[in-house]
Design a protein around this ligand. Structure first.
Ligand code: ADP
Ligand code: F6P
Length: 468
């Protein structure tokens, strides 16, 4: 069996608890019980960073990581990756900040990753590159002579071609995807956007099976929705029901219903709309006052970026306003926690919650939605309220779908979820859970790696001509 080499900016290092992010959760679950190499950023900023890597081995996986220096952290990670590409791909065109030196730093960071990774590769490795930080990595590896099968998976959404074209260097950047043998996305919608972009902006021929005829190779494309290890999550949640933290949470509710939200604190997650919708529920349906508590756990993320600090301030303001308006001396409507929790603690909280509120304005997949469902007690499950703009909505259509831009609509969905009879909850949950269990992390990994292994060899001649 060929070795799988995972490359991602964020690496799920062993014994590190701070995994707030779907990439680490998904790749960790997909690599469990397998051997391989996982290469990426150490999470440390050191100047100078140097071209060396640190190696750790655990559970059959070699973790090779490199530091970023101050300038790369600022211009590559916080700058072009999270200040330019993140808002672009999450349809927040007004938030895009572009600076040519940051685009250059992004290219340089990819070249450096390639330089350090190249000597670690064996000839028949399958290289699986993840997410928007590393779009040009294959091109950088090819320039160094790599002939490996290299695949790319985008964890976040891909907007339509007209939005991509806003990026001043879009052709330079996105044409580098054609140095991969396989490019994978979360949903059919993202995949269609990629194919349309290749056809239109790059003038490439796209075959009916989704293969893009690039200048040097054929690049296969397709949707590979990421999943979780549903059985492991279910076990963790069943155990979690008896954890001291879960019991303390349940006791503190004093018989009230619980709505839960768990996210990185990111403006794409729609948290301000969510808080407002909960406030609307209390304002328009007074029967819920003193009878329901909303627990929002929001782990700090990318706090060096102004927009993220603004989002945090806005949530503090809203939580204060809603609590100030509706709280009683013995009841606080919103419990807002600005911190992370370990997966086992979260699983217990999910199981205790009557409603899982997952309402991003835009999201590649959203694994929290899947974790919430897998954590439920099959005999008495809670209800998932889900945004149609999360990739997960394409699979989880038996959730209560609520548009986060429609505050009254989300308040209505919460009301309906809180009142839903047990029979309907069980019926919906069974359908959702079957999907999540079928499309798990293992299947995601196997499907992607099989497609990469099967991807066509490079063209024997340069296919430089654009499509007619
Ligand atoms: P994203 O990748 O954008 O962060 P996902 O919902 O796909 O969003 O994945 C988030 C992952 O991080 C999930 O596994 C979730 O359990 C975890 N996570 C999110 N917020 C927290 C938090 N506050 N504390 C601990 N883990 C969190
Ligand atoms: O795709 C989700 C994701 O953006 C990952 O790429 C990323 O690792 C994670 O969320 C968390 O963000 P960060 O790595 O910036 O902490």
């Amino acid at each position: 069996m060929k070795r799988v080499v995972v490359v991602s900016n964020r690496v799920g290092l062993p014994n590190s608890a701070d995994s707030a992010g779907g990439l680490v959760t998904g790749v960790r679950a997909a690599m469990r019980g397998r051997s391989g190499l996982w290469f990426g950023w150490s999470g440390k900023v050191a100047t100078p960073a140097g071209d060396t890597h640190e190696l750790v081995r655990a559970d059959g996986i070699d973790y090779a990581t490199v530091d970023l220096d101050d300038a790369a952290h600022r211009d590559f990670y916080l700058g072009f990756a999270n200040g330019t590409l993140w808002p672009l791909c999450h349809f927040r065109l007004g938030l895009i900040e572009y600076a040519r030196e940051q685009a250059d730093a992004y290219e340089a960071a990819n070249e450096r990753f390639a330089r350090i990774l190249m000597p670690l590769l064996r000839p028949d490795d399958l290289v699986w590159v993840h997410d928007y930080h590393l779009i040009p990595l294959a091109r950088a590896l090819r320039r160094l002579g790599s002939r490996h099968r290299i695949g790319f998976f985008l964890h976040i959404p891909l907007p339509p071609p007209r939005a991509l074209a806003i990026l001043p260097n879009h052709r330079e950047l996105f044409s580098s995807l054609l140095d991969y043998d396989l490019v994978g996305f979360q949903t059919d919608e993202d995949t269609d956007a990629f194919r349309a972009y290749c056809r239109g902006a790059l003038g490439r021929l796209v075959r009916p099976d989704g293969t893009v005829m690039g200048p040097h190779r054929r690049t296969a494309s397709g949707a590979f929705p990421i999943g979780i290890d549903a059985a492991a999550q279910q076990r963790m949640a069943a155990d979690g029901a008896n954890r001291a933290t879960t019991r303390r949470l349940v006791d503190s509710l004093a018989g009230r219903r619980l709505i839960i939200g768990v996210d990185r604190l990111d403006y794409s997650k729609g948290l301000a709309n969510r808080f407002t919708a909960f406030g609307r529920l209390l304002a328009t349906r007074p029967q819920w006052r003193s009878r329901v508590t909303f627990l929002q756990i929001a782990a700090p993320s990318r706090i060096e970026i102004g927009r993220y600090r603004e989002a945090r301030r806005e949530l503090e303001r809203l939580a204060g306003k809603i609590n100030g308006r509706h709280a009683e001396f013995d009841w606080q409507p919103i419990r807002y926690l600005n911190r992370g929790y370990r997966p086992a603690a979260l699983a217990g909280f999910f199981r205790a919650a009557h409603v899982g509120l997952v309402t991003p304005l835009r999201d590649g997949m959203n694994l929290v939605a899947k974790e919430y469902v897998a954590s439920q007690d099959p005999a008495d499950p809670g209800v998932l309220v889900l945004s149609p703009f999360a990739g997960a909505a394409a699979e989880l259509d038996r959730a209560l779908i609520a548009n986060p831009f429609d505050i009254d609509g989300v308040a209505d969905a919460l009301h309906r979820a809180l009142l839903m009879p047990a029979e309907e909850r069980r019926e919906r949950w069974a359908a959702l859970h079957a999907t999540i269990a079928r499309n798990g992390a293992e299947r995601w990994q196997e499907a992607f790696i099989a497609a990469l292994d099967a991807a066509a060899a490079p063209l024997p001649f340069a296919f430089a001509a654009a499509a007619p």
